[in-house]
Ligand binder design. Sequence first.
Ligand code: SF4
Length: 221
Amino acid sequence: MKKDIIEKGAILQRDRETYAIAPHIPGGLTDSATLRKICDVADKYRLQLKLTSAQRIALFGIKEEDLDAVWSDVAEKPGAAIGLCVRSIKICPGTTHCKRAVQDSISLGMKIDALYHALPLPNKMKMGVSGCMLSCAEVAVKDIGIMGIPKGWRILVGGNAGARPRLADMLVETSADEGAVLAVVDRIINWYRNCGREVRLGALVEELGIERFRAAVLDQL
Ligand code: SF4
């Protein structure tokens, strides 16, 4: 029986025959040449396209024997759409475009993407970065959510929009300095990698309680 082919970023579809792939498009930021290239690949192999909730473009209907050729033609890295790893970093337009923004979510989010996208972890992890408290990147339901506030950034942990929905807890607020946020994110990731458990981060936050989680993760900052 066919199944997902993780090493090729290929997700078996409902027909149990064809696959979908989703090239990595950090933050959903792309350009017309990349879009044309993806459209050309879709035309060449007669694939369907879908914009995903992880700010990617998925290509559906790929035959198993075409997977390598499709990836070669797309010529982009796979997005981490499956597997136990950092899956996606959702990023709102922030101060680059949005009139309501108070922080530069694109700059911070792209740095986080470059550092952690696809990093293997005990379970899947989703992140979000919003440029203001309106939270268009849905940071309250991300494992790590980062929200721009007037004086800097608010970091939330343990959110999950899945089968057991959970709103994230507020971990800490930092200055506007991106380095301060990145230091906290690094502490969370390292603690999670070494925790010896295979559950989502939110389950651990719930088990420990946010006060003990905060102490465990931030004690050396
Ligand atoms: S979260 Fe705030 S800054 Fe980001 S797109 Fe929404 S309104 Fe704009």
